[in-house]
Design a protein around this ligand. Structure first.
Ligand code: F6P
Length: 541
């Protein structure tokens, strides 16, 4: 047994689960007419409705107690104070500084990092403005029309999401190349001209093979298509925390952009890693994105747990995962511009909290991160929602929707109606009697209606959160992503894990290096029979 599962709050929550198991979610609303106002919270332009979770006031108090036992408030304070919350790597995780006001000192290792952060912010703005207005042009004086961004993981997902969500059509076209699959860079470069193309190579370490290989291919393409060697520095910009590796690759770190080892890859879009967003949406929008995140930070830092949106959001996840046994969480934004939110959150949540030992290295005896999956509504209603409504597993959903859309008001009303209807349907369900009556209402004979009714039954009682906001703009997106970052951190604190390392991804990378050598004709290494067999089959002429 661990400190967590031994705690009195944990045990009382186990008992709560049993006593709530047979209560219909709808019944909780009947019992408490104030449930909606009580179980909703607003901050930084977002409204979180968590009332469609199987919780009572007592459950909430116990969950808050659980957060108290884990010293969540203390961990939030340590995060903001720049302490080494990434314990296994001995680092701070101060991405919050990247969006903080310049005049408010943020300390890492006794040093105020804000002057360096602000200087880089200014450079990002100037560079983006110059490319967008054409004053920073290609080697033959023509305007930059295309930007190819090369990076993977946190050096891709955040910028790609931001560009998709916020681009205003007044900047260059942005193309992303992440995968080592050669088709990706070939596709991105098709039809481009070196003189009007800018390459931004983003990598915290600058040692990620996908990124360095793609950057090398891009450089070869540039030269092969007639780009002069002395224009390389103008057309290739690095964004990295590793100056030496940038220089070794042959790029000038001083012409590129810096960020710091206290910024985790999946938390880096707020730094120069977000440069593609500034190019696509404008530096002002990038500033708004940071401002929205800073507003959420201020709320999370100051609000007590019971009135703290990130803590409450995290606790709903803990309840569903650890007590109701839900192994998956679907993310369903009703906005096509948020199509990349799910992959972004997959990395944020699963790379951060996909851990099986505590900060002290003890095996946990409780599940940690659920599978994060999802897709854009309404499309996914016609794909996987069937399983959400009638499948054997209960999979909670985060619904996200704006009151006002970007396009036609009539379309948006339909989008909203669908979003709100889905969470209602998941919660209310449809019993056999209602199903039968519905069939009879459609003119189906009573016997046939009885036979078909079980197929129409939706058990209901399926939990969801809804995040509602005015409109999807830069400020809202900033607040939204910051909310999820804080939620992940709070859950990590309760699970007593290090949310900022990612040792698990390294083993596969190392083995790929060994196998790469073998596929290129090198000596065989020791493998299991399956892997050895596959290598031999691939090598067979
Ligand atoms: O997959 C592991 C990882 O280290 C991620 O955490 C990171 O975002 C990604 O690779 C890319 O790393 P880098 O920015 O150093 O190229």
């Amino acid at each position: 047994m661990s400190v967590l599962t031994e705690s009195s709050a944990w045990k009382a929550l186990e008992a709560q689960r049993k006593s709530l198991a047979r209560v219909a979610l709808t019944e909780l609303f009947t019992q408490d007419p104030q449930r909606f106002p009580r179980l909703t919270i607003e901050a930084a332009g977002l409204m979180l409705d968590y009332s469609k979770n199987r919780v009572t006031g007592r459950t909430l108090s116990l969950l808050i107690e659980l957060a108290g036992d884990a010293d969540v408030e203390g961990w939030i304070a340590r995060l903001f104070a720049g302490e080494r919350v990434n314990t296994s790597e001995g680092r701070a995780a101060l991405h919050l500084a990247l969006r903080a006001p310049a005049d408010r000192p943020m300390m890492v290792g006794g040093q105020n990092v804000m002057p360096a952060v602000e200087a880089e912010r200014q450079r990002i703005g100037e560079f983006a403005r110059a490319v967008r207005n054409g004053s920073s042009a290609g080697f033959d004086g023509r305007r930059i029309l295309d930007v190819v961004v090369i990076g993977i993981g946190g050096s891709y997902l955040g910028p790609a999401l931001g560009v998709d969500a916020l681009e205003d059509g007044k900047g260059p076209r942005i193309h992303f190349v992440a995968n080592i699959d050669g088709g990706e860079i070939v596709g991105a470069l098709a039809g481009l001209e070196p003189a009007t193309t800018l390459f931004i190579v983003i990598s915290k370490t600058f040692t990620t093979t996908e990124t360095t290989t793609n950057a090398e291919t891009a450089r070869e393409w540039f030269m092969a298509k007639g780009g002069p060697a002395d224009a390389l520095a103008r057309h290739f910009i690095a964004v990295s925390a590793n100056r030496e590796a940038v220089a070794k690759f042959g790029l000038d770190p001083d012409r590129g952009f810096a960020f710091w080892d206290w910024v985790g890859g999946r938390y880096s879009l707020w730094s120069a890693v977000g440069l593609p967003i500034a190019l696509a949406a404008g530096p002002e929008a990038f500033g708004e994105l940071l401002g929205g995140a800073a507003e959420m930070d201020a709320h999370v830092r100051a609000a007590p747990p019971a009135r703290n949106m990130a803590v409450l959001f995290a606790l709903m996840g803990i309840w569903n995962r650890n007590f109701l046994g839900c192994g998956a969480l679907a993310i369903v934004p009703y906005d096509r511009r948020l199509a990349l939110l799910t992959p972004f959150l997959q990395q944020l949540e699963m790379e951060s909290n996909g851990k099986r030992v505590t900060r002290e290295g003890e095996a946990v005896d409780y599940p940690t991160v659920p599978v994060i999956w999802g897709g854009v509504g309404t499309n996914v209603q016609h794909a996987f929602f069937q399983a959400l409504h009638q499948g054997p597993d209960i999979m909670p959903v985060d619904f996200l929707v704006a009151r006002h859309g970007a396009g036609d008001a009539g379309h948006h009303r339909q989008l909203l109606a669908n979003c709100l209807a889905q969470s209602e349907a998941l919660m209310r369900g449809r019993d056999a009697a209602a199903a039968e009556a519905e069939l009879i209402g459609r003119g189906i004979a009573a016997g046939e209606a009885r036979r078909l009714a079980p197929h129409l039954v939706c058990p209901g009682g399926r939990p969801s959160n809804t995040i509602l906001f005015e409109r999807l703009d830069a400020r809202t997106l900033g607040a939204l992503l910051a909310l999820y970052e804080h939620k992940v951190f709070v859950q990590g604190a309760i699970w007593r894990i290090d949310s900022f390392d990612q040792w698990g991804v390294e083993l596969g990378k190392r083995l790929a290096g060994t196998i790469l050598g073998e596929l290129a004709g090198g000596a065989g290494a020791e493998h299991d029979a399956s892997t050895a067999g596959l290598i031999a089959r691939v090598r067979r002429d």
